[in-house]
Ligand binder design. Structure first.
Ligand SMILES: [Zn+2]
Length: 449
């Protein structure tokens, strides 16, 4: 992975423009004096449901200002632009993760205490290098200082654009007490809304001895959030809770249903209410996959995402044996199976809105970047054609957040883009053949991470 600071990004762009990147020698040429106009030429673009023939894209001030196909008068349109000739490669919009956690992991440990600006920037850069341009930290996240937050939100040099649910409401870390009456639930939501957050995250059930929240309390919490203009993403595990949350108007189910097979009543309710469903299949798989498949460690795409501590852990035969045979892994295998079965059912039913995310960064083994590409593979294996899986991770994931400025290759969109060496519509794992990542018109990472 090429980790970038502002200084070496400028150097990199200089190198790129000068055509110095091996093995693509005749890489660039310059139409004019350069400046803030940048054009990618000879590139196939994912537009709507199709990959276009080689065309060009013009980027000005971080935004796509023109999309040109083969028949357009490209030379005239690209006057005075710096040109990057992508030699027939493939361009897709950067991904958005609707469900991740930022800055909580250090080595093999996880938790709020790990959150520092440096750790958060490192996580956001890792997401970004894997092509995830926007990341929602869906709870358990401390509120950064205003300056740090501004860097994290909207500055490509600091990594993916950061959005947050803050600590979240009634998080499993026990930081906030469970409300006993609806007015208490409203009050907690009002307090949370004072924080610089983008979305409300709600846990109604948790792990351990805490009683689930009563229905009248979570109805009040959701209603209060809506009155204050926030969408509500709810943690969910059981079908029973999922149905009650959908009926109560929760906007987003932040996980797939994993206790039992879903039924028609639930499918109808999701469609009728337009509730978003984020399957997060890889989340449970991450519990055991590195123990079950040691050969994954040979995979460079994973390797560059691992800290030395995690690499050591995954390399330990003792750890693998203990993990693979653990009760937790056994449970996770069942959860993945049920999650996939339910996902297939929803895909087959049609008309359900899917969000995208893998709950990366909540635990050390949920590895930012790797997790999202693996999640794409699950979406495809569950029945979505690759073009639709990418649509979920781009346009739909942005729509879930009501972000209209990203998720598509079109005029006026943010130039958050991934250049791929192979066509992801032929094989979804081609999303891992990353040639370059651009964010807001800046080259932020070069080569497969
Ligand atoms: Zn989560």
């Amino acid at each position: 992975m090429t980790k970038l600071t502002r200084r070496n990004v400028n150097t990199l762009i200089g190198t790129l423009i000068a055509g110095g990147i091996a093995p693509n020698s005749a890489y660039t040429r310059n139409y004019g004096s350069g400046g803030t106009r940048l054009a990618m030429t000879n590139i196939r673009m994912l537009i709507g449901q199709e990959m276009s023939g080689p065309g060009a894209i013009l980027i000005e001030n971080g935004t796509i200002s023109a999309v040109l196909n083969e028949t357009d008068n490209t030379a005239a349109a690209l006057q005075n632009a710096q040109i990057v000739d992508y030699q027939g490669r493939y361009l897709i919009p950067a991904f958005t993760s609707n469900h991740a956690h930022v800055g909580l992991i250090k080595g093999t440990t996880g938790g709020r205490h790990n959150f520092t600006p440096e750790n958060a920037y490192a996580a956001l850069r890792q997401f970004q290098a894997y092509g995830i341009g926007t990341v929602v930290s869906l709870g358990m996240t401390p509120t950064p200082e205003p300056k740090t937050r501004e860097h994290m939100r909207n500055n490509p040099q600091y990594g993916a654009s950061f959005m947050t649910a803050g600590a979240g409401i009634f998080a499993p870390d026990g930081l906030s007490p469970r409300p006993q009456i609806p007015e208490e639930a409203r009050q907690v939501v009002r307090q949370m809304a004072q924080q610089p957050i983008d979305i409300i995250k709600l846990w109604i059930d948790t792990f351990g001895p805490i009683q689930p929240m009563s229905e009248d309390c979570f109805r009040a919490a959701i209603d209060e959030a809506h009155q204050l203009g926030f969408a509500v993403a709810a943690h969910v595990y059981t079908l029973d809770h999922a149905k009650k949350l959908v009926a109560a108007g929760a906007d987003i189910l932040a996980h797939g249903v994993r206790d039992v097979e879903i039924d028609q009543e639930f499918i109808d309710a999701l469609r009728e209410k337009g509730t978003w469903y984020i399957p997060t299949v890889h989340m449970d798989e991450a519990t055991y996959i590195f123990a079950d498949q040691p050969s994954l460690l040979e995979n460079p795409f994973l390797q560059s995402a691992l800290s030395p501590e995690l690499k050591d852990q995954f390399s330990s035969a003792e750890w693998r044996e203990k993990t693979a045979t653990s009760e937790r892994a056994q449970k996770a295998r069942q959860d993945v199976e049920m999650n996939l079965r339910n996902l297939s059912k929803l895909i087959e039913a049609g008309g359900v809105k899917f969000g995208f995310g893998a709950d990366a960064g909540a635990f050390p083994e949920r590895i930012p970047g790797f997790a999202e590409h693996r999640e794409l593979e699950h979406l495809v294996n569950a029945g979505l054609p690759p073009v639709q899986a990418i649509g979920v991770a781009t346009e739909q994931a942005a729509a879930l957040l009501k972000l209209t400025d990203r998720g598509k290759i079109a005029e006026g969109q943010r130039a958050d883009l991934i250049v791929l060496d192979a066509n992801p519509l032929d094989d979804i794992t081609n999303t891992r053949k990353i040639h370059a990542v651009w964010q807001q018109g800046e080259l932020v990472s070069l080569g497969t991470p």
